[in-house]
Design a protein around this ligand. Structure first.
Ligand code: MCU
Length: 396
């Protein structure tokens, strides 16, 4: 409760700093009403309505609404993401960056491996959860490999509470593995800022990627740290690019697709808070995953998917198209791409996506002028009106 109150206070401060002129009128909208009960809906929730029922009409409103969405994701699906620890240090030795985080008398250390292009830099970098399975141009972009399993284990449900994150915050912390990894990605960003004078890595041009289960984590990492310039989830399926409600509808039509009810029994990716969804049904969720994209907006986001039934091609495509409508509404139409290309093995990057991927890397990491406009393709056919019963506003 103390932590929750502290988080609410922090939200007040963040919103106040972002919009000092409109402080008094906006302040309350950055926090969730304590008695908030989300309306039940089998369609994708409207991101442009505050929990209070008020419409989001301005860009300042949207900044506050993103804070609400962040809280809603943490409270309903992911568990809490702790703030930067009270003490954090970093040291770089050759290609190994060691990060030490301390809270009170407990500290943990973890290392990431940096593969740098030749030359003095500074270079952009992509943090990869596990080994990368997208092509990262070795001559222009560094790769920073995080062993995310060491931060929060993901063997099966018995992994809950295991890993360095839980050594620091306790095994019964609310965080599931996805938000625990995102905490670690944020600490890498803290560390990169500390070592920037000597590292040849530019901490303002950082991307994040991962495939499959690690792509769920990459998507969450991009959504929960505004310092990430480019988010590249590859074949994340359910829990990442897929919308829970569309997945449920596909399952009801006989598809062998991963759903919320299944995922909470498979692994420790989500908070135990999410277990209740299996009982209540996804219509009662206050969010869905078009709003995970909404948290990344207006920053670069290129969602890669496959046509594997379990990943839910219709659920990822519908979610991606609606996510792109949100990006358009906030004035960043070109910053999100959705691309589903099938006919290849899981996590095997298809050549057909190379041009799009390179354009996103060029624009958001290399400060190039490649066009990322209109990247929306899929072999799955979705009638958006089946899922979206609201009209995205044009924010003033
Ligand atoms: C797509 O990611 C997961 C999927 O959610 C799981 O159900 C399955 O067990 O594993 C996939 C994966 O991570 O494959 C490498």
């Amino acid at each position: 409760m103390i932590l929750y109150t502290a988080a609410l206070l922090l939200l007040h401060v963040v919103c106040a700093l972002a919009h000092p002129a409109s402080l008094s009128s906006r302040q309350t909208t950055c926090t969730l009403p304590s008695n908030f009960t989300p309306p039940s809906t089998s369609k994708l929730p409207n991101p442009f309505i505050f929990a209070s029922g008020r419409s989001v009409t301005t860009k300042a409103d949207w900044a506050c609404r993103q804070q609400e969405l962040s809280q809603l994701f943490q409270k309903s699906e992911l568990g809490d993401k702790p703030a930067k620890p009270s003490s954090l240090s970093a040291s770089l030795s050759n290609n190994i960056l060691t990060i030490t985080a301390r809270e009170a008398s407990t500290s943990i250390s973890f290392t990431v491996t940096i593969q740098k292009p030749p030359g003095p830099g500074p270079f952009p970098a992509i943090i990869t959860l596990g080994q990368p399975s997208i092509p990262i141009p070795p001559s222009s972009i560094a790769t920073i490999i995080l062993d995310n399993d060491a931060i929060a284990a993901q063997s099966d449900l018995s992994s809950r509470g295991h890993g360095l994150f839980y050594s620091l915050y306790g095994p019964s912390h609310s965080a599931g593995a996805l938000i625990a990894w995102s905490w670690a990605v944020s600490r890498i960003l803290d560390a990169l800022a500390l070592v920037a004078p000597t590292s040849a890595i530019d901490p303002l041009r950082i991307g994040v990627t991962g495939c499959s289960r690690n792509a769920k984590g990459a998507f969450v990492a991009g959504a929960f740290d505004e310092r990430i310039a480019l988010t590249l989830p590859q074949e994340s399926g359910a829990g990442g690019a897929s919308c829970w409600r569309i997945a449920d509808s596909e399952a009801a039509r006989g598809k062998n697709i991963q759903t919320a009810a299944q995922i909470v029994r498979e692994n420790a990716w989500f908070s135990a808070r999410f277990d209740g969804v299996a009982a209540l049904g996804t219509a009662r969720l206050p969010v869905d995953h078009h709003e995970l994209a909404a948290l990344v907006a207006p920053r670069g986001l290129y969602v890669m998917e496959n046509d594997i039934e379990w990943l839910g091609p219709v659920a990822t495509t519908g979610c991606g198209i609606v996510g792109r409508r949100v990006y358009a509404a906030v004035g960043a139409a070109d910053a999100m791409g959705f691309s589903l290309v099938g006919g290849h093995a899981h996590c095997q990057f298809p050549e057909a996506q190379r041009g799009e991927l390179m354009a996103f890397m060029s624009k958001y990491l290399l400060e190039g002028n490649a066009s990322t406009a209109g990247v929306e393709r899929s072999s799955a056919v979705v009638n958006v009106a089946d899922w979206m019963d609201w009209v995205a506003p044009v924010l003033t």
